[in-house]
Design a binder for this molecule. Sequence first.
Ligand code: AMP
Ligand code: TRP
Length: 344
Amino acid sequence: MSTPKNQFSPRIFSGIQPSGGLTLGNYLGALKRFVEKQNEGIETIYCLVDLHAITVWQDPARLRDQTREAAAGFIAAGIDPKRSILFNQSQVSAHAELGWIFNCVARMGWMNRMTQWKDKAGKDSEKASLGLFAYPSLMAADILLYHATHVPVGEDQKQHVELCRDIAAKFNHDYGVDFFPITQPVIEGAATRVMSLRDGTKKMSKSDPSDASRINLTDDSDTIAQKFRKAKTDSEPLPETLEGLKDRPDAKNLVNIFAALSDQSPTEVINQYAGQGFGTFKPALADLAVEKLSPIANEMKRLMADPAEIDRILGDGADRADVIAQPILARTLEITGMIRSRRT
Ligand code: AMP
Ligand code: TRP
């Protein structure tokens, strides 16, 4: 992890939308790394970005449930709410306030180039919410409100973190300050882009209509095993080298998942299974996934039985986040020329 060239001390921030259940993609691409960073002893702040979730319609009761479920998923996966700050975005109003300032820094052209905007708004962008368009600007606010230096994310978020760097640089330049850090994305590991189990060319996603396309962190052991057994593959045995997976997206995806779950490199997995068919590899992968994921599902179930405790943890996290965020927001407003004369 290289540190940006400025005065900022290392601080990690990342977020996940509570717009559906957590998937194996979220776990391997994001959550598992969040835990690693926490355990390396770096200051870590993790956020359930409910304000981002409502950029597309969310049923209010479901949003609340999904936010609690995501919090339970974080804790079950190893986030310690005492060592990390864990909270939901809307409880710290400074996110929305800094988001507005950044809406006035970011350019329409920058937003128009975002591939996630193009994918999500599709052909009918006239009907997309204004919030969906401004989404990356709020994401920059999430990160820069804490002067975060590093942001662990999956591959699909790289462009948004680069936009955050552009916003920080433009703000610093326009106001003649060196106030916001130029944050680094951290995209590491064997599974930075976990693909659908039904189509190795599509990202595994909580919004895919097919439940068989993804592993949910709440799936029980039988469901996990069955989904891997039924995962789409070709009929060739596994190759001798990684290059042999080049035009085999489904096989490559399963090898990457195996590698990430077992903390090995894809090459190590290939060395172990070269020449073997999926009749051998899939059951081994299913066993490994059940071994790693079912304790998380069980712990989530236990935690979700006490929603009041989850709300308490999120409230405590929000209080601690606010202590860091408020002075940075106040200084930002001062820099931009806003009068700050209230006594309370
Ligand atoms: P989201 O669910 O879109 O809020 O994503 C939360 C985090 O999980 C982000 O860091 C994403 O990059 C990561 N993520 C989501 N889906 C995947 C996937 N299929 N593979 C790897 N990372 C993912
Ligand atoms: N846009 C991210 C996603 O969909 C979620 C997110 C919001 C985020 N704010 C963030 C990720 C800040 C990292 C840092 O995955």
